[in-house]
Design a protein around this ligand. Structure first.
Ligand code: TMP
Ligand code: ASP
Length: 237
């Protein structure tokens, strides 16, 4: 598939048109940001890992009945995906208190929930991605009630599938962020990426962080953590 003009450049990826109007090419960069772009850096090799990891996980989810935008990996950093219009919601599922949840609600990191939680942020960098609930999302016409219902069902299903998969790799899935999009006919599919940039992944034995929190919190060993988590995935998928 021929890569045509660049349509968009985000913080971690570029998006290109193709000769087919319903397909796009996503290109993963090594650029890393945190705190709404305030902290900037590079994680060498991240783009390759995130591309390959996201594709394998999406293929696994697709096989288990969760529709995704994934079509075909083209090379180390580039993937062919279905064109979607992104639903401007960041959908966050949590199994264990960490990050902004721990901070907002005064809970220690590591407290395990009886049931997973779900929350939405309005995907809007200028506003700092504020948290919102379903009625806010409806008021802002970000999605319909039916779309939000299906997004919740898919998000919890993705959690069960990813939790089980990462457990088999000796990794605890703490939380993650998903984005969904609409195909031309309105079908909701999982889009964006699933990677150590968008998930918290802790070694099940030692609790060691194997995700982007190493970059966000200046913990060191960032590249090593990405390589380790990819190695775990490759050994089990
Ligand atoms: P949080 O605890 O900072 O709200 O993050 C929850 C999860 O969402 C965590 O796995 C990291 C991911 N995440 C993103 O993918 N993008 C973001 O912009 C933020 C803030 C978090
Ligand atoms: N999306 C966040 C940023 O702006 C990064 C993060 O914390 O994952 O820069």
């Amino acid at each position: 598939m021929q890569k045509k003009e660049q349509l968009y450049e985000g913080k971690a990826k570029k998006v290109f048109a193709t000769e087919c109007p319903e397909l796009l090419i996503v290109q993963y960069k090594d650029d890393a940001t945190a705190f709404n772009g305030l902290k900037k850096g590079t994680i060498s090799g991240k783009g390759v890992i995130n591309n390959q990891m996201s594709n394998r996980l999406m293929a696994m989810l697709e096989c288990s009945g969760v529709p995704t935008h994934y079509v075909q990996e083209l090379n180390d950093r580039e993937t062919l995906v279905k064109k979607v219009s992104i639903v401007p919601l960041e959908v966050i599922v949590r199994n264990i208190a960490a990050g902004s949840f721990a901070k907002h609600y005064g809970v220690e990191e590591g407290v395990v929930f009886d049931q997973p939680t779900i929350e939405f942020s309005y995907k809007n960098d200028a506003l700092g991605d504020p948290l919102l609930n379903t009625s806010h999302a409806l008021a802002l016409k970000l999605a319909s009630e039916e779309e939000i219902e299906i997004i919740k069902v898919y998000a919890f299903r993705v959690n069960e599938l990813l939790k089980a998969f990462w457990k088999s790799c000796g990794v605890t899935l703490v939380d993650f962020k998903l984005e969904f999009g609409r195909l031309a006919d309105g079908t909701i599919v999982l889009a964006d990426e699933i990677s150590p940039d968008t998930s918290r992944l802790w070694d099940s034995e030692t609790g060691e962080k194997l995700d982007k929190d190493r970059f966000r919190r200046d913990l060191g060993g960032v590249e090593e953590a990405y390589a380790e988590i990819m190695h775990r995935l490759e050994a089990h998928l």
